[in-house]
Design a protein around this ligand. Structure first.
Ligand code: GLU
Length: 421
């Protein structure tokens, strides 16, 4: 999002350029990665329930595809703009390269508040946006997935719209045009919880290296959507306690632990955490001041900033959201000895299981939940190991180290292929 002179894309660029300096990245790759390959922006009309026609703006930014087809979510949010989607697409390129899935990076979005639209309006918006994207997406070219404001149902509609525009004999081979679909139409077991699950796997790796028993830990969560709620439930299953939680409707606290599953069910019917009886309401300031072991930002970007970073007393910040920590906040956290488990590593579980779903679709197969979780765990363990190793060897923070692991893969691909023509 662009607030006054702030550019999220600039912030994201600074992160990888810092890594590029440490890694002494060769100049051609540095030049190529400066800007996305394609920036598609579309204005499209949607018939509203009252009969009027409204124009919406949507984007698909294709950042890089040297390692495989473009890949990344579609966001529906009122703050969506070109700058934000560009940043999110850049993070996808590095995320996929870091964890070693054969995808490039992309992101899409529509500037809309989905909570203000009826089910019918949302469906028409999704269909018309997908239609407008046309052959800019495709199962071997650019593969969308859910993000903030979209879900498995959005993906089912996107898939259906895309398939219906193909020749009849070709339709059934196009299912993997999107991932994060419902199980009934080619989704994967474990995709729903994948980002939260990945986050917990990364926290486990961190805890092991720091001799911390996660089952005895307390944590707080910001944002109780797909990522936050699944992470919280999985943490509670291991014995950890969620002491505080915050979303756009307020902040809650309970020193004995807030029941995570019950809260998820409450949010489904009440569209927010406010009013949940098993915890007491606290102020935004109190939320950030809570004594906890792990802080899990799982909402939108820029939520940890210079105004609140100094209040965070956690040992670790596990970034479930994309770009939740501003540059200034990062410096404050580092100064206070708080470890940051960076977003491109910590929230990569979603795209990893998207890759498993895509593979299952291509081979007309269905993996068990144990297979999905097992493979996810192994991939993330390896990504953490590589990141941690570079961080120790070069004496740099985990974020910069994660970007270096990714840059190594991207650079090797460019070196092997050369730059066309
Ligand atoms: N939107 C998710 C992310 O930011 C998932 C992307 C995907 O599965 O392609 O990583």
């Amino acid at each position: 999002m662009t607030i006054k002179n702030f550019s999220l894309y600039k912030q994201a660029s600074k992160q990888w350029l810092r890594a590029a300096d440490f890694y002494q990245l060769e100049s051609d790759v540095r030049t190529i990665l400066q800007q996305p390959k394609n920036e598609i922006s579309i204005n499209f009309p949607v018939r509203m329930d009252d009969g009027s026609l409204k124009l919406f703006k949507g984007y698909r930014i294709q950042h890089n595809n040297i390692l495989g087809p473009y890949k990344g979510g579609i966001r529906y949010h009122p703050m969506v703009d070109l700058d934000e989607v560009k940043a999110l697409s850049l993070w996808m390129t590095f995320k996929c390269a870091l964890v070693g899935v054969p995808f490039g990076g992309a992101k899409g979005g529509v500037t809309v508040d989905p909570s203000m639209l009826s089910g019918g309006e949302l469906m028409r918006l999704t269909r018309r946006f997908t239609h407008a994207l046309g052959s800019n997406i495709g199962p071997e070219y650019d593969i969308p997935a859910p993000d903030a404001g979209t879900n498995d149902r959005t993906m089912a509609i996107m898939m259906d719209t895309f398939m219906n525009a193909q020749a009849a004999y070709n339709r059934n081979s196009q299912r993997h045009v999107v991932t994060g679909k419902p199980l009934a139409v080619g989704g994967s077991l474990g995709r729903d919880k994948a980002t939260g699950q990945g986050l917990v796997y990364i926290l486990m790796e961190w805890a092991e290296r720091n001799k911390i028993d996660l089952s005895q830990c307390t944590f707080s969560v910001q944002g109780y959507g797909n990522v936050g709620s699944h992470a919280a439930i999985l943490m509670e299953n291991m014995g950890a306690k969620m002491i505080a939680v915050q979303d756009h409707t307020g902040s809650l606290y309970n020193e004995n632990g807030i029941p995570t599953l019950q809260l998820k069910q409450y949010v489904l019917t009440n569209r927010g955490i406010a009013g949940f009886k098993e915890a007491q309401s606290i102020s935004n300031e109190e939320f950030f001041e809570c004594e906890i072991d792990a802080f899990i930002p799982a909402a939108l970007e820029g939520q940890i900033h210079e105004g609140n970073a100094g209040k965070i007393k956690a040992k670790v910040v596990a970034e479930g959201a994309n770009g939740p920590t501003t540059e200034e906040a990062e410096a404050i956290l580092k100064n206070n000895g708080v470890t940051i488990l960076p977003d491109i590593l910590t929230n990569s579980g979603g795209v990893v299981v998207s890759y498993f779903e895509w593979t299952q679709n291509k081979t007309s197969s269905q993996w068990t939940l144990d297979e999905v979780d097992g493979m996810l765990g192994r991939l993330l363990k390896e990504a953490f190991y590589q990141t941690h190793k570079i961080s120790k060897e070069m004496d740099i923070d985990l974020r910069t180290a994660a970007y270096i692991v990714a840059l190594k893969r991207l650079t090797s691909a460019y070196q092997e292929r050369g730059i066309f023509p």
